[in-house]
Design a protein around this ligand. Sequence first.
Ligand code: NAP
Length: 254
Amino acid sequence: MQRVEMPDEVWVDLLARRNGHNSDGNGGNGPNHRLYGPLVRRERPFVLAQVGQSLDGRVATPAGDARDVSGSGGIAHLHRCRALMDAVIVGVGTIVSDDPSLSVRAVTGPSPVRVVIDCNGRMPMGAKFLSDGGERIIVIQADDVDVRPANAEIIRLPRTERGLDVADILQALRQRELRSVLVEGGARTVGRFLDADAVDRLHVAISPMIIGSGPTGILLPPVHRLTDARRPKVDVYDMGTDILFDCDFRANGG
Ligand SMILES: NC(=O)c1ccc[n+]([C@@H]2O[C@H](COP(=O)([O-])OP(=O)(O)OC[C@H]3O[C@@H](n4cnc5c(N)ncnc54)[C@H](OP(=O)(O)O)[C@@H]3O)[C@@H](O)[C@H]2O)c1
């Protein structure tokens, strides 16, 4: 297991690479560059999904308390990922249950464009992030929906039998120069991207806490045999308070 500490000069180097600057680099072969380097390569589009969960795989209590599942190391890691990516995506369920801001606060760095998949136009108009004056907001709806939240750009995509096609979503974002995206949650949204084979890396941060019951972080159609379970190549990192599994779905076919 590799310990991740983030000296300022390494973080500055990663941010420079994110912005397309070649820098001499510091610690180019260390755990920071192994973990975060793939996020800042800009040669091709990149999709990172993430989950912060307890030891028993929960992301919230049954009553919906989802704050502080991750410790400070896991939160700093999530905010680093936000800062290094062009856009962060959540499903409307996460806006309804958590009312998040999706900005970068725990580290220095730019906030990503905020994207919500809201196929049916059910996002609460009072959602905090709509009026916080932060980064640009894009709401993705089906083309038969006519709801227009304030302060958000709307992308309308064809409704399919299963909602919105993940490939259509990614293409629409790439057309707007949003080529690296962090799929932050929740379970249905991460599941949809995994099921579409659209995820390059999945980061699962495990915090040493047992919640016992409550929602899990990834929802996928059932498999009947464990031989059908997805088995990405995994590297493990010690984030201080949390253990991070960096799952590479492109290394060995997943
Ligand atoms: N710990 C973490 O890392 C983390 C991060 C984020 C969220 N969460 C937790 O996750 C939970 C929410 O997860 P969730 O699964 O209920 O909701 P979600 O994934 O946030 O949102 C799901 C909804 O988004 C829409 N959606 C997403 N992808 C779509 C697609 N391809 N096509 C059409 N619609 C799409 C659908 O809306 P419609 O229902 O309108 O069709 C779907 O039901 C909360 O408990 C939250 O705290 C945890």
